[in-house]
Write a protein that binds this ligand. Structure first.
Ligand SMILES: [Zn+2]
Length: 99
């Protein structure tokens, strides 16, 4: 049983949402993410499956590279799995996240 992260109240299932995951190496995965709703405060949250957590670890490596390498180096390393636009965006964002 998952409890509300805001008030600790009991939650009920509230449908699922689809999310496309793109890894830095060009793989695409579609995930079904469970939504839950708190019966006490009404907050709706998403329960991230393990795959997303793993993907975050994975994407962190790419993001670290994006900050340390030049754009040309990034394009060499990741070839056509990442667009130049994405790399530029990551380099200019703080608290970077692919989501
Ligand atoms: Zn709540």
């Amino acid at each position: 049983m998952i409890v509300c992260s805001k008030c600790g109240g009991k939650t009920v299932k509230n449908g699922t949402v689809k999310r496309i995951l793109r890894t830095g190496y060009g793989d695409v995965e579609e995930l079904s993410i469970q939504r839950i709703k708190c019966k006490v405060c009404g907050r709706v949250e998403r329960v991230l499956p393990e795959e997303v957590e793993r993907f975050k670890q994975y994407s962190r490596i790419v993001l670290e590279d994006a900050r340390e390498l030049s754009i040309d180096e990034m394009l060499n390393v990741y070839a056509d799995s990442i667009s130049e636009m994405s790399i530029k965006r990551w380099r200019t964002q703080k608290n970077q996240s692919l989501f």
